[in-house]
Design a protein around this ligand. Sequence first.
Ligand code: ADP
Ligand code: MG
Length: 380
Amino acid sequence: MRADFAAAYGREPDGVWHAPGRVNLIGEHTDYNDGLVLPFALPFGVSVAAARRDDGVIEVRSHQARGAVTAPVDGGPVVSEGRPPDEAWAAYPVGVARVLREHGAGGASLLIDSDLPQGAGLSSSAALECATALALCDLHGVEIDRPDLARLARRAENEHVGVPCGPMDQSASLLCTAGHALMLDCRSGLSAQVPFDPAASGLALLVVDTRAAHALTGGEYGRRHAECEEAAALLGVDALRDVKDLAGALRTLRDPLLRRRVQHVVTENHRVEATVGLLRAGAVAELGAMLNASHLSLRDQFEVSWPEADAAVDAAVRAGARGGRMVGGGFGGSVIVLAPAGRADRIRDAIAAAYAKRGWTAPDFLDAVPSGGAARVTAP
Ligand code: ADP
Ligand code: MG
């Protein structure tokens, strides 16, 4: 990356920073209900080679995008050079620079590279934000603790990109540690490290990129959000997190659709707590049952699954997986599968065969080893 940086900018970078993508082990559609999530960091992510600038300008280039984009960190027009001009992606790093400017950081020249698929639900956007944020803080000697930096990176995505994401992705990228998942309480913002080392139990976690388009995500995601708010209002609670008596809540609600939504959110929070209990007890293989239950709930109660996800989970379990589930908002993206390590190849083949039989685009596979959070890669 150093040589590419020198070719692009005519000088050496001051350093290289890396931030990982993440997979959410369990706790889906719980974040905006003030609930619990349990992500872990992937061994894949976004790297940023960076050099400090003192002219108040941020300049960004990416191996995954064309051209260069420059912008003053104190606001003002974003200028893009290159054919075709496509600067939408630059809103992520420029947004981070603009938020961090309020905390004393300044400009920089950045060159970005990534080994994480974009838009596959593995959080390439937060990896890009968090690698940029760490680089800018280090270059300008700004000290912000990691939970606060995660909040600022989230704000950059909310305010400068316009994506109303929750706190999970940036927290996972900055706070995760190797061999652990991160239990994050989306209401309090507090988090805890939970030991998670599938390989030590003879298991492997496969991420299956189903390669299915996210076409419906926008509208459906917003609708689920609104349905949960409506149900919480009818039940007289601030958020579905606060429903303690599920049976009573289901009796109160007349609309069967809202009953299904509440059933999912309340039981999914319990599944996160049960999963944390199993992990702390070292019973990693038993997670399979939690993943399967989560998938059925997302498919039948929350109704956000998609055919490629259902087929992948089904084929994996038939081929001997302990369990699996869709991850992310739904209607496209990835699936995770917990497999005995010795059967992982057979399970991958079974999923690929199920897709081929239906004439679908072949899925991609990644090995999800719980890895460390964002860090400076080169010595200061
Ligand atoms: P996810 O975070 O699940 O990968 P998002 O839609 O939230 O999906 O974020 C993907 C967007 O992040 C891309 O469309 C692009 O704008 C930006 N992005 C991510 N990685 C890179 C990269 N290496 N170079 C340029 N832009 C990137
Ligand atoms: Mg994202």
